[in-house]
Design a protein around this ligand. Structure first.
Ligand SMILES: [Zn+2]
Length: 482
């Protein structure tokens, strides 16, 4: 090789890699033992999507961009839905938070009329005392509708979807200037109403609750009251989906927005964990397995059944919420309930909590024109698929335990049937590597009377185990972890 050609070739990184680095690397690899292949991977069945249930798929098909647009447009038309406006006597007719609450109530009533009175439509109205962002005692109203389950025992289980109908502009105390709140959070309320509209045409063994709360922008006051009410009234609330800012922001020039995903935030250590429970979570390395995180995984599971791959899916975030922000799911977490937050991929902070104005050619304000109604419709489908699947499922296996009485490279586990579970169910034992974000492998276990004891040739030291109950039609319940 001529010297000049050699130098030119030597300057090419690819060539340099093939000549110098690759042979030394392959020598190094040859002398290392092969990466051990865990036996659970060799023999296990990877988890696949459950088949879509025709009734649920039919309901998702009825979710309408147009209907969602009408809901958000109507909520925006109330001008300013600041929670404090409930105490104003000088508001023009048809504006303010109370007018919005009344309209949401009539929507639930209309939906109920169309299903032969299937919904119990209620208001949770209370006076919030003076607080940080509440300068005088203020009336706050949450509006909700219950689709009672058809099975007397399973009906005690409830799955809830919520959004907040209050809004704000730059000043959280301002009740008179425009605060359209199209994305934050008329979009979430539209999800709740749309789920009520399409799911009320179906029947489920367990109960569904469709909610619109107020007071979010003043300090989560409405959701805190409702979550407390749920606790006091012993609601068996097994999952809360909080949709807040799910409009899919269409700001011109935003090239980083994604329309194929929505974020789902969940807590890893329950807000109500006692010091002793926290000690056990640390000791066992189960920081990624709170019930709220199982709910997030159930949403991902539902998405795999009802959306073609690559079209739309939740992006699971192992964090209770975004930096510097809060949301209504936290009120439910604080009462010990399983709850997650659902939010668009990339928020535009010029369009949240802002007075409507132009500054240096930039439009500020949470305006209707920045909402992508077909994106909100997909968020509604994801919520509805999750709610319908869980309300059809047999519930959560009880008293799931790993036996740890002696040192053992196998794993023995025991559990009991979910309370009041109907016949025909079976179980799926799930496991994943400790660093994997979602369940990876499954073994089907037939149902048996009373409790189940199972021994598997997999070391509990190396994986995380869960178990879920599945009904005869394939509806998967939430996973229990030990
Ligand atoms: Zn919000």
């Amino acid at each position: 090789m001529k010297l000049r050609r050699f130098i030119r070739k030597a300057q090419s990184p690819t060539w340099l890699y093939s000549l110098v680095i690759a042979p030394s690397l392959s020598c190094a690899l040859a002398t290392l033992p092969a990466q051990a292949q865990p036996d659970y991977q060799l023999h296990a069945t990877p988890i696949s999507a459950a088949p879509a249930a025709p009734a649920i798929a039919g309901a998702l098909g009825q979710i309408s961009d147009t209907h969602i647009r009408q809901t958000i447009e109507t909520l925006v038309s109330y001008g300013n839905r600041n929670t404090l406006s409930s105490m104003d006597a000088d508001l023009p007719a048809g504006t303010g938070v109370t007018a919005a609450a009344d309209w949401i109530f009539t929507q639930f009533e209309e939906i109920s009329r169309q299903c032969g009175g299937c919904l119990e439509v209620k208001r949770d109205t209370f006076t919030n005392p003076v607080a940080d962002r509440i300068p005088k005692p203020t009336t706050i109203t949450n509006v909700y509708a219950i689709l009672h389950g058809t099975d007397p025992v399973a009906a005690k289980r409830m799955y809830l979807v919520t959004g907040h109908y209050d809004s704000r502009n730059s000043d959280t105390m301002n009740t008179h200037d425009a605060a359209p709140g199209a994305n934050d959070d008329a979009s979430g309320v539209a999800v709740s109403l749309e789920c009520a509209r399409v799911l009320s045409k179906l029947k489920f063994p367990a109960s569904l609750v469709f909610v619109a709360v107020a007071g979010e922008e003043q300090g989560l006051n409405g959701s805190a009251h409702l979550a407390h009410l749920a606790k006091e009234e012993s609601w068996q609330l097994e999952g809360v989906l909080n949709n807040d800012i799910v409009g899919g922001n269409t700001t011109p020039g935003d090239t980083l927005q994604r329309k194929d995903v929505v974020r789902v935030f969940s807590e890893g250590i329950p807000a109500t964990a006692t010091p002793e429970q926290e000690r056990r979570i640390r000791a066992l390395g189960t920081v990624d397995d709170a019930p709220s995180r199982q709910l997030a995984r159930a949403m991902a599971d539902a998405a795999r059944s009802y959306f073609p791959a690559g079209v739309f899916a939740p992006f699971l975030v192992s964090r209770p919420d975004r930096y510097l922000r809060g949301g209504d799911h936290t009120s439910f977490n604080r009462e010990g309930f399983t709850a997650v937050r659902i939010t668009e991929w990339r928020e535009d902070f010029n369009h949240q909590h802002q007075n409507i104005r132009m500054e240096n050619g930039v439009q500020f304000g949470d305006l209707l024109r920045f909402v992508d109604f077909s994106y909100v419709a997909n968020v509604a489908r994801l919520n509805a698929a999750t709610l319908a699947t869980l309300a059809s499922s047999p519930g959560i296996p009880a008293e799931f335990k790993l036996v740890t009485t002696k040192l053992d490279n196998a794993t023995t586990m025991t559990w009991k049937a979910p309370e009041g579970a109907a016949g025909g169910l079976h179980y799926e034992v799930l496991w994943r590597e400790t660093t994997a974000p979602d369940w990876q492998y499954v073994q089907t276990v037939p149902a048996s009377e009373g409790s189940v004891t199972l021994t598997m040739p997999i070391s509990k030291d190396n994986v995380v185990f869960g178990v879920r109950a599945v009904d005869s039609a394939g509806h998967r319940g939430l996973a229990a972890t030990p």
